[in-house]
Design a protein around this ligand. Structure first.
Ligand SMILES: [Zn+2]
Ligand SMILES: [Zn+2]
Length: 369
């Protein structure tokens, strides 16, 4: 029986109407989902193929979820793979998936709280486990962190008020930082510290981050501008980190627009995803943090020249860890190793305070940036 006449048949299956154009291929919905899903599958393959020793539990992976587009799509993709794998007899055990949500309203007062999202997520993704924490939970999970904040913020921060709750303590600290770049930088450091500490407490062996290609490009450019270039080997590259955990970025081959098309294919994602507030063009450039500035740049230029942005990310992924000497001292704020190489940064050698800062954290302090 002759098939239905198609106006624009899918270039892969030729059985359905093409609805998406990706990398010069016109694909139907199913083939599109398979195509982008495969890009993530390749990046998580070694996790899926893990076999645990007899009698031991599966290894655990942490997925930090902001309920933005990218991390929600990553959750959906990884979960779909996990479910498919568990339905097959004799398949390797793979991994257990833990999801950590940091309450966005605890990071920015302009973000609404997540409300019912946690229950909804647990219903939709029953094989994964979910935890929600506020950003100030970092003080509980990383007890030394409270002590370093006065060192970072300097005079403007009243450190001695013991009556403050963790939330008030964090609010007071952030209120003392007037520079947008310092505030965004320290927020991202605190978010990473909280996520890493949570992953360790829950014995996860790795963290998978939902950064798309363009986000990674923006992160690369911003890190270099902020003096955090040496952390690119783990901030945007797949592999081991100074924290003793693996970081992976399975969405590194996909652009935001491609993730949006994927999300549009699944009704169960639409009420989970909280769209990012667009960066208004009316905000003066001087009022943007370096991170926002780079994101704006990459979003506008990436749409015109996607290849250039992929190049930034691909190049950063090939970087090797710094060979600068270190005596093993860690930065009290960001927990990375402090380099002692002469002429690069040697203040740490003369600094005997218990809360030493690395070059990037010291440079990012308000008043200096
Ligand atoms: Zn097709
Ligand atoms: Zn640091």
């Amino acid at each position: 029986m002759p098939g239905k006449e198609l106006l624009s048949p899918c270039m892969d299956c030729r059985e359905a109407e093409a609805v998406f154009l990706i990398r010069s291929r016109h694909l139907c919905r199913n083939c599109y989902v398979r195509f982008v899903g495969h890009k993530v599958l390749r990046r998580t393959e070694q996790y899926r193929l893990r076999r645990s020793a007899p009698g031991t539990p599966r290894g655990k992976i942490l997925l930090p979820l902001s309920c933005g587009l990218a991390s929600s799509v990553l959750l959906h993709m990884v979960y779909t793979q996990m479910k498919e794998q568990r339905s097959r007899p004799h398949a390797p055990e793979g991994f257990d998936l833990h999801v950590l949500i940091i309450d966005p309203s605890s990071i920015s007062s302009s973000s609404p709280p997540l409300g019912e999202a946690l229950e909804l997520l647990q219903q939709r993704f029953p094989l994964a486990s979910f935890t929600q924490l506020p950003l100030h939970a970092a003080f509980e999970l990383v007890p030394d962190l409270g002590g370093v904040l006065p060192r970072y913020a300097g005079e403007g921060f009243n450190k001695d008020d013991a009556s403050l709750s963790p939330k008030e303590h964090l609010d007071a600290f952030r209120a003392s930082i007037s520079s947008n770049t310092s505030a965004a930088d320290v927020d991202s450091v605190l978010v990473t510290r909280l996520i890493v500490a949570f992953a360790k407490r829950n014995e996860c062996f790795g963290i998978i981050w939902g950064d798309s290609d363009d986000r990674l490009a923006a992160k690369t450019l911003a890190s270099v501008a902020k003096g955090r270039g040496s952390s690119l080997t783990w901030q945007v590259s797949d592999g081991m980190t100074p924290f003793g955990l693996e970081f992976r970025f399975p969405l590194r081959d996909l652009f935001t627009a491609e993730l949006q098309n994927y999300a549009d294919c699944f009704a169960e994602l639409t009420d989970i995803i909280k769209p990012d507030a667009p960066l208004s063009d009316n905000i003066l450039t001087k009022n943007l943090s370096i991170d926002q500035l780079m994101l704006r740049y990459v979003s506008s230029q990436g749409a015109k020249y996607p290849g250039v942005m992929s190049n930034v990310t691909r190049t950063a992924n090939k970087l090797q860890a710094s060979q600068l000497s270190t005596n093993g001292t860690r930065c009290a704020l960001c927990d990375t190793l402090i380099c002692n190489s002469k002429g690069v940064y040697n203040q740490a050698l003369h600094d005997t305070s218990p809360s030493q800062l690395c070059y990037a954290c010291d440079r990012s302090r308000p008043g200096l940036s």
